[in-house]
Design a protein around this ligand. Structure first.
Ligand code: ACO
Length: 334
């Protein structure tokens, strides 16, 4: 499997920490120093499906392919605009694609899980070109009265078209049960024959420090395992792209593995935590900064609710795009 094209779509509205100060008992200083986040994009008129479609169209154009060339669409999301149909089905017609469509749910690790699924379909000969879309609208899942969580999240979508090739050097996925650490309860049910059994409260619930520990240990372990599987060391990776959950998580993983800060780009200051969309959107920014060059080795790592985690190593083979949409100065380094 190799990546043929990538795309991204963001809501127009940027919400700064200063704006959150008007709504919550919080401060720009607290959010910046604890998380690295300065602003995030929040959907106003946009929809998760619309963002997914925008990212998908750009990825297809970047790959030089048409929707008719797709053999499968895999979308990852915590919550689409509807419980069903899937986002993958909703974008299919607009893309004029005629192929199986499915949503895959692995929380923030969704993009890495989808890469692994696409790779398996391509390897087995069941698919040649697979579109992966990671589209998230966590602003709609957040509890906007909980300052401990709602300041973290943002909305956006990243997409990749993948096809036959030798770009994927290794991939490692993991999961363990851990609902209490990070969950969002299902909406209350109204079936007259079923007692209400949920805790009923809408919104993300998180044990922040436990999640922090999980994120650092699983990311460091998965990256090391993926490097071992590829017969490489982490020092061989030109770029290490982590799920943009929290700047301090990035720094802890970086220090634990001895990674040079200049090799760990971040856009969390502009986009916050966008769950499964964060790794492909960071890849998009790196690609559109012109810094990512053919032959470079990328290490991707994500972690999230489940608890799930995963990492992979990819040898990049695309030249930088002619029209750079994310100048290098918009990237920070962990
Ligand atoms: N503004 C001001 N004060 C706040 C805010 C806020 N937005 N949120 C919490 N506080 C207060 C708390 O009430 C607490 O006050 P107290 O000492 O008076 O009780 C104090 O700050 C410290 O709270 P902690 O929860 O202990 O803060 P911590 O240093 O752990 O930081 C954070 C919280 C940023 C969530 C951290 O635990 C973290 O980064 N965890 C990792 C989890 C994460 O990144 N999750 C993202 C989603 S999951 C994922 O993507 C995998």
């Amino acid at each position: 499997m190799r990546i043929l094209g990538i795309g991204r779509a963001l809501p127009a509205q940027a919400v700064s920490n200063a704006q959150l100060e008007q709504l919550l008992d919080t401060s720009d200083e607290w959010i910046r120093t604890r998380t690295g986040i300065r602003e995030r994009r929040i959907m106003r008129e946009e929809t998760v499906t619309g963002l997914a479609l925008g990212a998908a169209r750009e990825a297809l154009a970047d790959a030089g392919l048409h929707g008719r060339d797709l053999d499968m669409i895999i979308a990852t999301t915590a919550l689409g605009d509807d419980l069903f149909p899937s986002i993958a089905c909703l974008v299919q017609q607009e893309l004029e694609a005629d192929c199986p469509c499915v949503d895959l749910h692995a929380a923030c690790t969704g993009f890495i899980y989808a890469l692994d699924t696409a790779d398996a379909y391509i390897k087995s000969g069941k698919a040649r070109n697979v579109l992966i879309i990671s589209a998230e609208g966590l602003s709609r899942v957040s509890d906007w009265t909980d300052r401990g969580t709602c300041v973290l999240f943002g909305d956006g979508a990243g997409a990749a078209v993948v096809g036959l090739g030798e770009g994927l050097l290794s991939i490692r996925l993991a999961a363990q049960t851990g609902r209490a650490l990070l969950y969002s309860a299902a909406p209350a049910q109204s079936c007259p024959f079923t007692p209400q059994n949920g805790d009923g409260a809408w919104g993300i619930r998180m044990q922040g420090q436990e999640v922090f520990r999980f994120a650092v240990s699983s990311s460091a372990r998965d990256l090391q395992a993926a490097a071992d599987m590829a017969g490489l060391s982490i020092a061989d990776a030109d770029w290490v792209l982590l799920h943009q959950a929290n700047m301090r998580i990035l720094q802890s993983v970086r220090q634990r593995l001895g990674i040079d800060a200049a090799r760990m780009p971040t856009n969390i200051h502009r986009l916050g935590n966008t769950s499964s969309a964060s790794v492909p959107m960071l890849l998009y920014d790196l690609y559109h900064s012109g810094l990512l060059q053919p032959g470079h080795i990328l290490a991707l790592s994500a972690f999230g609710a489940g608890m799930t985690s995963g990492a992979c190593l990819i040898r990049w083979d695309k030249p930088a795009p002619l029209n750079l949409r994310a100048p290098a100065e918009t990237l920070f380094f962990a």
